[in-house]
Design a protein. Structure first.
Length: 285
């Protein structure tokens, strides 16, 4: 401790402005956490308590059997394996394709590079329903309907948003590292693999987290392309709890919490790299 600071300085009362700022932050955090709290609470309630009026905030008594009953009601183990296969394939495709394209836009010289970069970014303005029918017709002609290929193969052709993120990160790296590698005889791919990628962990982790979250929670494309129930993903499995005339809310909340948990765990362990990658991508542009 510095000699000019007293121990009491650590416990000074907050000023009015800081106290108001903390109060607003706590209120915003509570508003965001309230749906999660309600999902956890509902997952432990008997069915009659979920929609009771007035609301029952805490389950009385907690019904822990909702979790094993909900997760064995359908083959969620098979659905989890299917979702994991699709997510890992999409991660591999996005990391490989987006890294190469982003490095080209960031470092290599080519006529019209700026025009093609803007053209690529313009594809972000195309909503998925615009391309949904042409893509289905294409994959139907290829015989890929009712397989995982339409959900994995497009990732190997890049993603405009991830390319933009990686390009912004690559622009922050000093070019001296690449110049030194080229003086040692390294070609472009060797520079990318041996020099750029080892110091690009935060940006790559950001792409991995975004891709995993998007693939794990994806609903519409699996609904379109997967017809065999044995190939269903977790999000399609959750839809079985919604019947034609009623919804089993307790089972649905329990299964939904189990489906969300892997995404929360991945983000919890990779949050430092994620925040660092987002921060670095905004330094240059």
């Amino acid at each position: 401790m510095s000699p000019w600071r007293s121990p009491a300085s650590k416990h000074r009362p907050l000023g009015p402005s800081k106290a108001l700022a903390y109060l607003l932050l706590y209120a915003a955090a509570g508003a965001f956490l309230l749906p999660l709290f309600w999902m956890v609470s509902s997952s432990l309630k008997p069915e009659w308590q979920v929609l009771a009026d007035p609301p029952v905030w805490l389950p009385n008594p907690p019904r822990w059997a909702n979790y094993p009953e909900a997760l064995t009601y359908l083959p969620f183990g098979r659905y989890a394996i299917n979702t994991l296969i699709i997510s890992l394939g999409a991660i591999l495709g996005h990391v490989l394709s987006c890294t190469v394209v982003a490095y080209g836009f960031a470092r290599l010289r080519a006529p019209g590079k700026g025009f093609f970069f803007v053209l690529m970014l313009s594809t972000l303005m195309l909503p998925y329903p615009v391309t949904m029918v042409p893509l289905f017709a294409l994959f139907s002609q290829l015989g890929w309907v009712n397989t995982f290929l339409p959900l994995i193969v497009p990732a190997f052709f890049g993603n405009a948003f991830y390319i933009f993120l990686l390009r912004q990160f690559f622009l922050t790296l000093p070019p001296d590292l690449e110049d030194a590698a080229r003086m040692d005889g390294a070609n472009t791919l060797q520079v990318l693999y041996r020099v750029i990628l080892p110091i690009s962990t935060p940006a790559l982790a950001t792409v991995v987290i975004f891709t995993f979250q998007a693939s794990w929670n994806d609903f519409l494309p699996p609904l379109i392309y997967l017809q065999d129930q044995s190939r269903y993903t977790l999000t399609l499995g959750l839809n079985f709890f919604r019947g034609s005339f009623q919804v089993n809310w307790a089972y649905l909340m329990a299964a939904s919490l189990a489906v969300v948990l892997p995404v929360v765990v991945v983000f919890f362990f990779a949050q430092r790299l994620f925040v660092e990658g987002i921060a670095f991508t905004g330094l240059k542009g």
